[in-house]
Design a binder for this molecule. Structure first.
Ligand SMILES: Nc1ccn([C@@H]2O[C@H](COP(=O)(O)O)[C@@H](O)[C@H]2O)c(=O)n1
Ligand code: CDI
Length: 157
């Protein structure tokens, strides 16, 4: 059994798609990044890599590599999960939190759980996604960016 945690932050900018948890969210701002900047899938990827002592996504997919310009973070997550399954492990369960003042994530949470569980080939009951504001405090509270946290438990396959 292995445990891992991940944390990621991306800045908000105008005229960019907002993609979180592999789901496109209707909002006037999106997240800035080298990839599609899916802050939740990045935190989950880092948690999985942490659980198998494989560093972080920056090590596997450097943001200096043009190959990852505009990359689909869903594909990066699947590559990361292959490292996990190649070691004879699989996801036991995943819990994560999105920290965003706006927009409201609640209408998208079920779609995110469906998408993430599909990418990791587990049941929706193994994937929990939560959202919170930071009560208008800090960079998330000022709507300068969005953060995500993830914790995974891996079990023997
Ligand atoms: N971006 C967000 C933030 C929060 N929620 C939901 O609202 C509830 C209350 O949030 P507080 O930060 O005021 O505690 C929270 O539990 C979430 O269900 C959301 O959907 N999107
Ligand atoms: C995902 C990668 C891919 O180049 O780029 P970004 O979208 O900038 O995301 P970040 O979480 O800052 O770092 C990881 C990068 O490797």
């Amino acid at each position: 059994m292995r445990i891992g945690q991940g944390f990621d932050v991306h800045a908000l900018e105008r005229d960019t798609d907002l993609i979180i948890g592999g789901v496109k969210i209707d909002y006037e701002f999106g997240l800035k990044g080298h990839s599609d900047a899916d802050v939740l899938l990045h935190a989950i990827s880092d948690a999985l890599l942490g659980a198998v002592a494989e560093g972080d996504i920056g090590k596997h997919f450097p943001d200096t590599d043009p190959a990852y310009k505009g990359a689909d973070s869903a594909k990066l997550l699947q590559e990361v999960y292959k490292l996990v399954t190649d070691k004879g492990l699989k996801l036991g369960n995943l819990d994560c939190t999105i920290i965003a003042e706006k927009p409201k994530m609640a209408p998208y949470i079920q779609d995110m759980r469906t998408r993430i569980s599909g990418l990791l080939e587990v049941t929706i009951g193994q994937v929990n996604v939560k959202a919170t504001t930071s009560e208008k405090l800090g960079f998330t509270g000022r709507k300068e960016g969005i953060a995500s946290l993830a914790t995974v438990l891996l079990i023997e396959d």
